[in-house]
Write a protein that binds this ligand. Structure first.
Ligand code: UD1
Ligand code: CA
Length: 473
């Protein structure tokens, strides 16, 4: 039977002090609610229902391209039992093991979910509860067991007697695996006659026990997996834990880090062995880095592909592709559609957008290259710019193989510079330059012999006259 997951994410999150829903706040480049969905999927979940409250449309947008994820709106927040009922109503009948996770608990590991599912399958449980021993149990539901140690019920903190509140340390994590069929059939039995007047999902445990359905619990040893995010302070703590997990895995796989606390890598990023990530580097989205690269310091790469042996020093890159042996930075800005072919270079203070830089071509200093197709072995002199925008439309520049562009050249697009052509420094090129030709646009230089000394004398005389005038006043 395929695995289902229900993610409860209708909480208001007032402690975030935010206009956005809590579960949309990001941890390492992904919304909080993405994390439990991803963990469920890695554990094998095929159908995932996210129960959302305010900002339903924004949460839906996160999973817009994901056919396995369905978002259902819980318009009234009547408790965790009610939230699961809303999911059930949306799904209709469902069978197969069904895990319940929280949208604000992003550190849950897929392995823990799998252990919960395995336990449910092995004992044909109606419900398996994931329990925990938090340092302070205040506020959590407590696990009640009978003389034989069997779980009999979960009682919310507020519904416990003072003695139970003090004595029972074992708590409900809020994560469960249910048998889908039995959950569908019995969830309507939950009432709201309790201290908070809510429909408690936790009541299912007592209900099943009375029905004689098998229920058990397994413990989660790593309490950090169950950390809920309710404030920005907790968001930062959770981020630090996930950062450490990801960086530890990468280092084990052969990636070097001068300081792993100063490198942030998103969960879908790939980094090859013998690559070094230097401080203040952030790798987001679907970025992939090959082997033998040096990335950073101060580099931020989003949805960018970097092949083997590249140097990416102080670079911001978004949706860019770097082939083998490319070097960029310090201080390069590679915008969407930048494709740097083997061994090419984007040097210091260089911005490139929607352009192909041919094999071995170099844009070493202070340039803007946009909407350009550049051939192989080109050299772009310092301070050269493609003027691709006329204020209304963007226009292309084509630069052939082996072209030499002198420093401070403006290439006013649309314009073509043929193979092997040379452009003289400081030219404003508005017309095509044929292959092998020289294009130069520059007024003639004038030389006045002896001018400098005459000029200096003139200035000194003027100064003396002024000083005398001031003295006689
Ligand atoms: C719940 C458990 C408690 C457990 C604790 C662990 C119940 C009744 N209690 O308590 O035993 O120790 O989690 O953290 O389940 N949610 C909805 N819709 C609702 C209500 C809640 O989507 O109508 C979501 C919230 O966004 C949150 C999660 O469910 O992510 C937990 O809800 P919350 O009300 O905070 O439950 P707790 O009081 O923490
Ligand atoms: Ca809670």
């Amino acid at each position: 039977m395929p695995l289902n997951a229900i993610i409860l994410a209708a909480g208001e999150g007032t402690r975030m002090k935010s206009s956005r829903a809590k579960v949309l706040h990001e941890m390492l480049g992904k919304p909080l609610v993405w994390w439990p969905v991803n963990a469920a999927r890695q554990a094998g979940a095929e159908r995932i229902v996210v129960v959302v409250g305010n900002d339903a449309d924004d949460v839906r947008a996160v999973f817009a391209d994901d056919p396995d994820v369905m978002c259902v709106e819980q318009t009234e927040r009547l408790g965790t039992g009610h939230a699961v009922r809303v999911a059930r109503d949306a799904l209709g009948e469902f069978a197969g093991p069904t895990v319940v996770l929280y949208g604000d608990t992003p550190l849950m590991r897929p392995e823990t979910i799998t252990a919960l599912v395995d336990e449910t399958r092995a004992h044909h449980n109606a419900c398996t509860v994931l329990t925990m021993l938090p340092p302070d149990p205040t506020g959590y539901g407590r696990i009640k067991r009978d003389a034989k140690g069997q779980v009999t019920a979960i009682v919310e903190h507020k519904d416990c007697t003072p003695a139970e509140q003090a004595e029972i340390r074992e708590c409900n994590s809020g994560i469960y695996c249910f048998c889908g069929g039995r959950l569908t059939a019995n969830i309507d039995k939950i009432g709201n006659d309790n201290a908070q007047g809510e429909y408690y999902l936790t009541d299912m445990v007592g209900i099943y026990r009375e029905m004689g359905e098998p229920v058990s619990a397994i413990a989660c040893d790593d309490y950090s997996e169950l950390l809920g995010v309710n404030s920005r302070i907790e968001l930062a703590s959770a981020t630090r834990i996930m950062q450490q997990r990801i960086n530890t895995r990468l280092m084990a796989e052969g990636v070097s880090m001068l300081d792993p606390t100063l490198v942030w890598v998103g969960p879908e990023v790939k980094v090859g062995p013998d690559t070094e990530l230097l401080p203040m580097t952030m790798l987001w989205g679907t970025t992939s880095i090959g082997s033998g690269c040096v990335v950073g310091p101060n580099s931020r790469l989003t949805d960018t592909r970097v092949a083997d042996g590249c140097t990416v020093d102080e670079t911001v890159a978004i949706e860019a592709e770097l082939e083998e042996g490319v070097s960029c930075g310090p201080r390069a800005y590679l915008r969407p559609g930048t494709h740097m072919l083997e061994g090419s270079k984007a040097g210091t203070h260089v911005e490139i957008k929607k352009s192909t830089i041919g094999r071995g071509s170099k844009v070493p200093h202070l340039s803007y290259i946009g909407d350009t197709l550049m051939g192989e072995g080109v050299n772009i002199g310092a301070g050269s710019i493609t003027c691709n925008y006329d204020g209304i439309n963007k226009h292309p520049t084509v630069i052939g193989d082996g072209v030499f562009i002198g420093s401070d050249t403006m290439m006013v697009a649309p314009v073509r510079i043929g193979d092997g052509a040379v452009v003289g420094a400081a030219s404003c090129i508005t017309r095509d330059v044929p292959a092998g030709a020289l294009g130069v646009e520059r007024s003639e230089q004038r030389t006045v012999e002896g001018f400098a000394e005459q000029h200096r004398q003139k200035l000194l005389e003027r100064k003396r006259a002024k000083d005398q005038q001031r003295g006689s006043m």
